[in-house]
Design a protein around this ligand. Structure first.
Ligand code: ADP
Ligand code: MG
Length: 345
């Protein structure tokens, strides 16, 4: 894998605040790489270092295999789409998109051609004369994208670019961004706090927590094999199984994650099976999600577990468990995944 961006033990401090605390990360050339984490976990700080707006307090950053230490932002082959788009309100869309080229001294004719190509690519042909205030949120988002891409960067940084859009538009833009990245073949580094978005869009992603990387992997690896309790709980829904460890092969102790869709719920006691565990409980809450139903079940020791059952309609019998119903939850020990404790606690 040719690396586009590499972090070697990078720390970033703002006075006493430690924004990044020893980041090691390698992002491949041409990857769609997600950075996922809660607010304040250091995602934007990471992008600022790549763009060169900030310098690491410790450690080193390489771009395409070369130290970035002495490369100023305008000489980095990197462009950013900011969270709030940061468009110039007094300029037309064409002027906004062409701004970077003008600063670089690209002549008017070439500018017109390249801006035209970009507007076509993000499907804004014919809107070049308008100003940002005359566009919808989704259209402004595309202008920001066109403005960053017109410079033909090899790395595009996107900081929560879809956060301001409503759900339908967001889903549509997710598909468009993915296909744009495939067409262009450049590296996209996409920051989000939305786990569904990170899983569905990324080739690989890093899970951030308090300025550290908890885990790096493909969406499937992170979902199926969360490394830490934080990953297990932040990415998707998870049962953390500590004491309900009957059914484990003897000697296996520790903390495990168990995804709710791997937990079967029945209103009758299941027959004992090898490597399977069952526990009785009482339904505390039933949440209808359309495509699935989520059951929260009180189990012994004052704990609760969740089971998610697909809404299979006429193809299967639904458990029909109301709150208060006695049910049995059972799962296979193959679906338990052992967790290590997060370093950041
Ligand atoms: P995220 O983008 O994941 O929400 P940030 O990278 O913006 O997180 O911030 C990481 C941490 O650094 C937070 O605790 C934030 O308050 C702090 N921080 C970010 N920028 C500054 C700054 N300019 N001055 C002081 N603290 C900052
Ligand atoms: Mg941020």
């Amino acid at each position: 894998m040719d690396s586009a961006v590499r972090f070697r033990n990078v720390c970033l401090r703002y006075g006493k605040v430690v924004a990044l605390d020893g980041i090691d990360l390698e992002i491949g050339s041409g990857e769609f790489f997600g950075i996922l984490g809660p607010s304040g976990s250091g995602k934007t700080s990471c992008l600022r270092l790549i763009a060169g707006f900030d310098r690491p307090s410790d450690g080193a950053i390489e771009l395409h295999g070369r130290s970035a230490a002495s490369v100023p932002p305008y000489d980095r082959d990197v462009n950013t789409v900011f969270q709030d788009y940061a468009l110039f309100p007094h300029m037309t869309i064409e002027q906004n998109v062409g701004f970077g080229l003008m600063v670089k001294g690209v002549n008017r004719r070439e500018r017109r051609t390249r801006v035209g190509e970009m507007l076509e690519m993000v499907r804004l042909e014919g809107l070049g004369e308008r100003r940002p205030s005359q566009l919808s949120g989704g259209q402004r988002q595309r202008v920001a994208l066109a403005r960053a891409l017109v410079n033909r960067p090899s790395v595009l940084l996107l900081d929560e670019p879809l956060g301001a859009l409503d759900l339908k538009l967001r889903q549509q833009m997710q598909v468009e961004l993915r296909s744009l990245q495939r067409t262009l073949g450049i590296t996209f580094i996409f920051v989000t706090h939305d786990q569904g978005e990170a899983l569905s869009m990324s080739d690989r992603l890093a899970v951030f927590n308090r300025g550290r990387v908890e885990q790096v992997g493909t969406p499937r690896e992170i979902y199926e094999k969360p490394a830490t309790r934080f990953s297990a709980e932040f990415v998707g829904d998870s049962n953390i199984v500590e004491r309900l460890d009957a059914g484990l092969r003897s000697g296996e102790r520790g903390v495990f994650s168990l995804r709710p869709e791997k937990v079967h719920l029945s209103t009758r006691e299941p027959a004992a099976r090898e490597h399977a565990t069952s526990v009785a409980g009482e339904v505390a809450d039933v949440q209808f999600h359309g495509a699935s139903v989520r059951y929260v079940v009180d189990v012994p020791d004052g704990r609760s577990m969740t089971a998610v059952v697909g809404n299979l309609g006429s193809r299967a019998e639904q458990p029909a468990a109301e709150p208060g119903t006695r049910v049995w939850l059972n799962w296979s020990s193959d679906d338990l995944h052992r967790l290590r404790e997060s370093e950041s606690g």
